[in-house]
Design a protein around this ligand. Structure first.
Ligand code: FHN
Length: 426
């Protein structure tokens, strides 16, 4: 199995084998959906006519509370009464993800604003008590995921909570020490989430630092949901790295030297939460290129959407995922359950994923002469064909530690053509 980048919590006696078995479905998945949805969707990145996306550059719409320097009372009492996503339809959301070829979803149960998007017994600052919407989207999504066969996870902001650990835009990097009350609240909410929604298979913590309570949070997950995967941003505890996989920086294509399980989180536009003014939509081709480069490093990508306050997705999100899905359905064997490229580099035409003695050549930029050259490989190629059209055998020109596939017979039309090359056993 792959080397792990993170280390097991010391008290947890899980064996290496058990750890890899627990990670298997996730490592095979490669593609997931990330959803940022909360009160901030109502504001859509604006507060009293000010576009905070523009004001604060790279910061995002779910940060509007801090950007506009609001306390929780002002923010909550303005937005919660307006949050009534009557169009929310869990079945549709899950279908969008499955249609795109995604294998899991992670949605914000509590983001930095401290608002719980599920019915929590431990606060009234939640979707059931504070909004006119009387439904629990976490519950509906968890159940719908189970029904349709999508793995389910929640994002939980365990360190930053602007309601319970107040700060300002200016002092945001100097958080006060977490109070015992806040730590206790966090533990109770984590326990609640894991017992109330047994469907949860990923706990996606964010922006963790080195705080001793992080170890307790992981222990709560282990205790209530032993198979649940803990995302790498839980942080450390007294120097020990926690979490089951490495979570790369926001919107970052992985580097070449990954060891162990890793995930890239990407946005379909710039923002995470819904932003009325963000027109930075990535094209399907751009998204696919990033996805393939991520898979070639042996990592997963979760692609984020920020649904509207009425519960609908934007047309760009729906159509963006649909066009990815078309490619994913045809080319699934080239990324589900594959491993990283054997090379420490990419090629002028694209990149590679592997499975056993098969190489998948992802042609991101098709050369005019149709020659896909792979240099630096010891084992001999045996057979080349097009993924999605096994009958189309392609000519291989074999050289010394190199070969070239002639893809001229492949009709143009797909965003990325994938060529399957079987190689001699090593
Ligand atoms: O501050 C958050 C941000 O709002 C968003 O949730 C992203 C998603 O990865 N994480 C944090 C920044 O790293």
């Amino acid at each position: 199995g792959p080397m792990r980048a993170s280390q097991r919590v010391a008290e947890n006696a899980e064996s290496e084998d058990a750890y890899h078995a627990r990670m298997q479905w996730w490592d095979d998945a490669r593609f997931g959906l990330f959803i940022h949805w909360g009160l901030y969707a109502v504001a859509g990145g604006e507060w009293q006519g000010v576009d905070h996306g523009k004001e604060h550059g790279k910061a995002s719409a779910e940060w509007v509370m801090l950007q506009a320097n609001l306390d929780a009372e002002t923010y909550g009492s303005a937005l919660a009464p307006q949050f009534n996503p009557v169009e929310f339809d869990a079945a549709k959301w899950v279908s969008h993800a499955l249609g795109a070829g995604m294998k899991y979803m992670v949605i914000t149960a509590k983001h930095h604003d401290g608002f719980s998007m599920y019915g929590s017994e431990h606060t009234e600052y939640d979707i059931i008590d504070a909004t006119p919407f009387t439904r629990d989207p976490i519950k509906e999504l968890a159940q719908e995921c189970k029904k349709q066969g999508l793995r389910f996870g929640v994002y939980y902001s365990h360190r930053i909570d602007w309601k319970r650990r107040p700060t300002t835009w200016e002092t945001r990097s100097k958080m006060p020490k977490a109070s015992p009350e806040y730590i206790d609240f966090t533990k109770r909410q984590l326990t609640e989430l894991l017992t109330k929604y047994p469907e949860i298979e990923i706990l996606w913590f964010d922006l963790g630092k080195d705080e001793p309570q992080n170890r307790d949070y992981v222990e709560i997950v282990r205790q209530h949901a032993p198979d649940c995967i803990v995302a790498g941003r839980i942080g450390k505890a007294n120097g020990d790295i926690l979490g089951d996989y490495l979570s790369l920086g926001d919107r970052r294509i992985p580097p070449r030297s990954l060891k162990g399980y890793a995930e890239t989180c990407m946005t379909i536009r710039l923002n995470w939460g819904y932003d009325r003014n963000d027109e930075n939509w990535k094209s399907p081709k751009m998204l696919l290129d990033m996805f393939v480069l991520t898979a070639a490093r042996g990592a997963n990508m979760i692609l984020n959407v920020g649904p509207r306050p009425d519960g609908e997705w934007t047309d760009e999100e729906i159509h963006g995922l649909e066009s990815l899905g078309k490619w994913m359905r045809r080319n699934g064997e080239a990324f589900h359950g594959t491993k990283a490229s054997p090379f420490n580099w990419d090629f002028h035409w694209g990149t590679i994923t592997t499975r056993d003695n098969t190489l998948y050549l992802h042609v991101m930029n098709r050369p005019a002469n149709g020659r896909i050259e792979v240099t630096g490989l010891q084992s001999k190629p045996l057979k080349a064909s097009l993924v999605g059209d096994a009958a189309l055998n392609l000519w291989i020109d074999t050289g010394e530690n190199s070969f070239a596939v002639d893809m001229a017979p492949v009709k143009k039309g797909q965003l990325i053509d994938v060529i399957r090359v079987e190689i001699e056993e090593q």
